[in-house]
Structure formats: structure tokens, C-alpha cells
Design a protein around this ligand. Sequence first.
Ligand code: AMP
Length: 407
Amino acid sequence: MKFDDLKLSDPILRSLKDQDYKEPTPIQAEVIPAILNKSDIMAAAQTGTGKTAAFVLPTLSILSNPKNNYKGHQLRALILTPTRELAAQVRESVNTYSKYLSIRSTAVYGGARIHNQKLKLKKGVDVLVATPGRLLDLYNQKSVNFKNIEILVLDEADQMLDMGFIHDIKKIASLLPERRQNLMFTATFSNSFRSLAKEMADKAIEVSVTSDNETGENIEHYVHPVDKSRKAELLIELIETQNWDQALVFTRTKHGADRLQKQLDRVEIKSQAIHGNKTQNNRMKALDAFKNNRIKILVATDVAARGIDIKKMSQVINFDVPTVAKDYIHRIGRTGRAGDKGKAITLVSADEFRLLRDIEKLLNQKLERIEIEGFEPEHVIPLKEKPPKKKFNNKAGFRKRKRSRKG
Ligand code: AMP
């Protein structure tokens, strides 16, 4: 299929030529005609599948028919995203694809000055990208008017639900015109997503595209058992011996991200950390430094990293095993893009065994444990969980092994 077959308007096709996109990705080929047909849709697609263009292109095409009575503070399309980074990134896509259209757009999110955002909204915009909390603040201060909204997009809806935005989303939806088009994008069709989708648009067309990432075909998984206290040392060893150009490293906590970043600093490995406690400006700068190759390692927490577009990552490292198995899939979605082979490397300490087992269940795949010489753990990770014995079972569920290090 070609973009020309999709009935997008000419100015949009021109912007795609500038981007050198040869053909629509599978999710784009599926949803663009349905959206242009004015259907509600719910689509499962991960970051990296081209999902942003899948909703931005037809939205712009619909909006390129000018409306009369266009007044201040009004909007025509509203795109909700879970994080500031994703909001800024989606806005960038809107800009890119609307280059040859006279479409006004802006993004509003927390952590940036509300005053400037109010000024931008004053004249009204065609497309507003927003995080739910800041949008409601602006609404309460009468800086946005939802009366003319034609299209509502939820991007990464499952993450918004995970982050507790359910009430904000429902509140926002209740303020919008009932006659509108609903485009709901999610990484996974979780139960909570399905029930929200049903409430928002019970006749939405369901689209699900399995990417290579999801099937894991182009991703090699490596699990390195290591004692918790030696994880940073092992990571540094891997960075120094494996010839990685760059790597995205995930930690479970903000504090853990900062601590690891300092440890890398001490051995002069250039890195930055992004997490919820960093200012918006800091996060953008770190991301920019990583994208432009000025730093080698980006340390991130799950929330800070989801949805951000980092191209062609050859490896993703799980410094901590994610506590929610689904996050493993989100994390490794950053590697092995566009048919490249990617590596998902996970450092696992004995106390994380159960989390690893949950991931294996989700992937329906046993991940091979590879011990790195010199880092063999004292606390061994069991191959599979032992059935629970009597009451006084070993608390941590692992047995101690004699240290048998070479040399
Ligand atoms: P997304 O899944 O929206 O995060 O997009 C991932 C990346 O794919 C972005 O950098 C887009 O610029 C790029 N992209 C989107 N659509 C296409 C396409 N049809 N052909 C090539 N690249 C694309």
C-alpha cells in the first residue's frame, strides 16, 4: 500500500515526502482509512510502530477543512498523553506533518509556565496536545473552551490509567461535546482500558497490530544473574567491554537512577538521568544530549521513558527488573526497531526472581541465564520456583551457594 492510496490531503502527502516515508506502517494502513471515515477506533500499538502518525495524519486531514465561527480559546482536536515528554513529542509530529497546512497547534503540560500556555490558547488552536492534570487546571481557569471539539485522541491510554488519570480523563470527556470522534491508542488492551473504551465509545472499531517487538522476533534477551551490590560494577564492565555506542538503562526508582548516574560519572562514562523529580527543562536537555550522541548512557525510570522516541537503540538494559511484567515489554520496545536486531539485557539479583518469572510467563518464553565471569552471584537465582514447602520456608526463596570465583 502507498500513502497516495489513503486519501490524505495533498499538503500532508507533501510533508510525508519530506520525511522520506516510503509507505504506511501496518497500524497506519489499518487505522487511517477508518479515521477518515469518521469512525471511533481503539487501537493497540506500541511506541515505534508509527502510531503517532496513525492518528495525527488523518486528524490533520479532517481539520484541513476550515470551519467558520472560529473563536478564541476554542479547540478542534484534543490529544491527551500521559507524560510531558510525550506531549512535546506528539506536538512536534503535529508540526512536522502540518508544515504545508495552516493549522495552529500547541502543547500544554505541567512543569512549564502556565502563563505562557494561556497566552497561546487565547486565540484558539486547532490541535491541542495536553497532559490531563494541566489541561484541567487551564479549563478551571477558563483558558480553554471545549465546545467545538471534533476529535479526542487518547495516546498511551493504558499508561494514563496506570498513572491514575482515570478520573481526570472521565472528567475531561464529560466536558466535551457528545458528538465527537474518539481515537483511543494503547500499548495493550488491558481490562481497565477496555472498560474505559466501552464507556467512551462502545462501537469503536478494534485494531491490533503485532509489531516485531511484541513477538520478540528481532530481540535477543540476555539475563545476567548478579548480586544486587555488584550490579553497577557489572554494568560498567559491560559498557566497557561490549562496544555499545549508546544504551538506555532502566532503574526502578528515581533515587536509583540518580545513584547509578553518579556511579557512571565517577568512572567517566558520560550519562544523564531522567525521572519525575527532574525539571521539564532538565529532562528535555538530557534527552537531547542522548539523541545527539553527546552522552553514552541515558538512565531512566519507566514513567519518564515511556513513549519517548529514541531511534535505533541497539540495546536496552534493565538495571532493575521491572515490578510490573508489562513494563518489560514497554522497555524493550525501545530496541530492535525497524527490523534491526536488538538486545534486551537484564541484571537480575536473587530477590528479583519472582519478577523475572512473571516476565517469562508474559512472554511465554524461558530466558536463558548467562553468568558473567567474575560476577557469578553468591545468591543463586533458581531456575524455577520451588513448590511452597511447610510454613518455615527460606524467606527469600533462594539458596546460598559457595563462592566459586576463578583466580
Ligand atoms: P511512533 O510509533 O509514533 O513513536 O513512531 C516511531 C518512529 O517512526 C517516528 O520516529 C516516526 O517518525 C517514524 N515513522 C512513522 N511513520 C513512518 C513511516 N510510514 N515510515 C517510516 N517511518 C515512520
